[in-house]
Design a protein around this ligand. Structure first.
Ligand code: NDP
Ligand SMILES: CC[C@](O)(C(C)=O)C(=O)O
Ligand code: MG
Ligand code: MG
Length: 491
């Protein structure tokens, strides 16, 4: 198999990379109709499998789970997830031949072997769906020509797919039809109905391509969404402890700090997050963010270049063939960091205190979101998609760190995201360590600028303007407004 993206002409590469259209609510007026009474079989019942299935069933679709035989015989977690939620569970041979739509929600690493097993069982003219295009785009998997191949990719962890649906809303979702596999021209309508059933249409759906999804998803998860949060956690913790902050306090400030400060992003982007700081702290955070951007830009660009060229996927697939040597070493190293090993204090930290004593965390978020957005857009990814993969999803990943630190984040995200996160972290830490350690003390763990809260007017005006005029803020305002409108319509 050869990398599908690399097999395309430059013209087609650019066209597919730039395919991304924000869909209007009216386009979902048919709801789930085309999938009603169709047999839908989900393969795998993990993070995405279980939560998408629950939403789709609640939306009125007929969902069953096909698991590998051992999972059923040994009553593994996937079997428990499905059966304890009263879904019918069977083997591939039992369920796949009668399915109209087969949804592959197994880990990316397993896709080639899973696809080779299930495709021969899929009936003529049925459809196959993914929630990430790695297998098609990076591995170049070719699917039988009579099968329609679609993608419905929620831009967030599986747990949030369910939580948002239960709140009467949904999560932003990207849909696509593989241009090589749409023999009956039904792919688009089926993908729309599927996104509707998960609740995605209430939050915003991008009509996109497999290529655009893969390249943007990999970039977001490696850099701001997981990589920067991991590097920022480890270095900020070490700096605080070196400056004499009580380790248990430092652990809590970081574990819950990301969640608290990025909650401000959800409501009003970087502008609102920065507005939660005092004026001197805002100016300082903006300065550090700019310096971090200068140092980290080449690393972000390298990740983007390696994702586009396929060098990243080649390296990760080599590790798959090498029994996950790198992944397992990096996972163990993460578990052994002082941050992971230090229990958080029971001491109360107020919401504002996370901002007042978390200036460095705010600078990490600002620099990471802006850099990820800028780097994706420069590479040809459309702004809407770059926004979802940078600013929008950061609070959702921060929630996982609040639950059980980096361990939980890396457990919840996909295997591909976990590998990419460690890869970034292991380059980023050595790159910025000296810069962070040499920063003046008191930027994290202590309130900044409390002795003199005065600032230079001109400086403040300049900083405010540069925050507000950043392109991630412009598109963010538009998309958040659309999401609010959708909430009004649907809740
Ligand atoms: N994690 C996330 O939040 C997101 C994931 N995605 C995408 O969704 C897809 C699913 O990812 P995710 O939910 O993280 O996956 P999980 O790791 O949570 O899925 C595990 C499921 O896959 C099954 N499985 C594992 N190995 C095999 C195998 N060799 N053969 C058959 N079944 C297997 C497991 O069953 P068993 O009990 O048999 O091991 C289990 O049901 C991926 O394409 C991913 O990129 C997209 C957006 C976000
Ligand atoms: C951020 C990681 C992710 O892309 C996701 C939850 O969206 C994944 O692959 O898990
Ligand atoms: Mg993702
Ligand atoms: Mg991903």
């Amino acid at each position: 198999m050869t990398n599908y993206f690399n097999s395309l002409s430059l013209r087609d590469q650019l066209a597919q990379l730039g395919t991304c259209r924000f869909m209007q609510s009216e386009e979902f007026s048919e709801g789930i109709n085309v999938l009603k009474n169709k047999k839908i079989v989900i393969v795998g019942c993990g993070a995405q499998g279980l939560n998408q299935g629950l939403n789709m069933r609640d939306s009125g679709l007929d969902i069953t789970y096909a698991l590998r035989e051992d999972a059923i015989k040994d009553e593994r977690q996937s079997f428990k997830n499905a059966s304890s939620n009263n879904f019918k569970v069977g083997t591939y041979e039992e369920f796949i031949p009668s399915a109209d739509l087969v949804i592959n929600l197994t880990p990316d690493k397993q896709h080639t072997s899973v696809i080779k097993k299930i495709v021969p069982l899929i009936k003529k003219g049925a459809a196959l769906s993914y929630s990430h295009g790695f297998n098609i785009v990076e591995e170049g998997m070719k699917i039988r020509e009579d099968i329609t191949v679609i993608m419905v990719a929620p831009k967030c962890p599986g747990s949030e797919v369910r939580e948002e649906y239960k709140r009467g809303f949904g999560v932003p979702t990207l849909i696509a039809v593989h241009p090589e596999n749409d023999p009956e021209g039904k792919g688009y309508d089926w993908a729309k109905a599927y996104a509707f059933a998960t609740g995605g249409h209430r939050a915003g759906v991008l009509d996109s391509s497999f290529v655009a999804e893969v390249k943007s998803d990999l970039m977001g998860e490696q850099t701001i969404l997981c990589g920067v949060l991991q590097t920022g956690s480890i270095l900020s913790f070490d700096k605080m402890v070196a400056e004499g902050v009580e380790p248990a306090y430092a652990a809590k400030l970081i574990q819950y700090g990301w969640e608290t400060i990025t909650e401000a992003l959800k409501h009003g982007g970087i502008t609102n997050m920065m507005d939660r700081l005092s004026n001197p702290a805002k100016i300082k955070a903006a300065e550090i963010s700019e310096e971090l951007k200068t140092i980290m830009r080449p690393l972000f660009q390298k990740h983007m270049d390696d994702i586009i060229s396929g060098a990243f996927s080649t390296r990760m697939m080599k590790d798959w063939d090498n029994d996950d040597k790198e992944l397992l070493e990096w996972r163990a190293a993460t578990e052994n960091t002082a941050f992971e090993k230090t229990d958080a204090t029971a001491e109360e930290i107020s919401e504002q205190e996370y901002f007042d004593k978390g200036l460095l965390l705010v600078a990490f978020v600002k620099s990471g979101v802006e850099l990820a957005f800028e780097t994706m857009v420069e590479a040809g990814i459309i702004a809407e998609s770059a926004y979802y993969e940078s600013l929008h999803e950061t609070p959702l990943i921060a929630n996982t760190i609040a639950r059980k630190k980096l361990y939980e984040m890396n457990r919840i995200i996909s295997d591909t995201a976990e590998y990419g996160c460690y890869l970034f972290d292991h380059s980023c830490k050595p790159l910025i360590k000296d810069y962070i350690n040499n920063l003046e003390s008191g930027l994290i763990g202590k309130a900044y600028g409390t002795k003199d809260s005065g600032v230079d007017n001109k400086k403040l005006i300049k900083v405010n303007a540069s925050i507000r005029k950043h392109p991630v803020e412009i598109i963010g305002e538009e998309l958040r407004e659309a999401m609010t409108e959708m909430k009004k319509i649907h809740v």
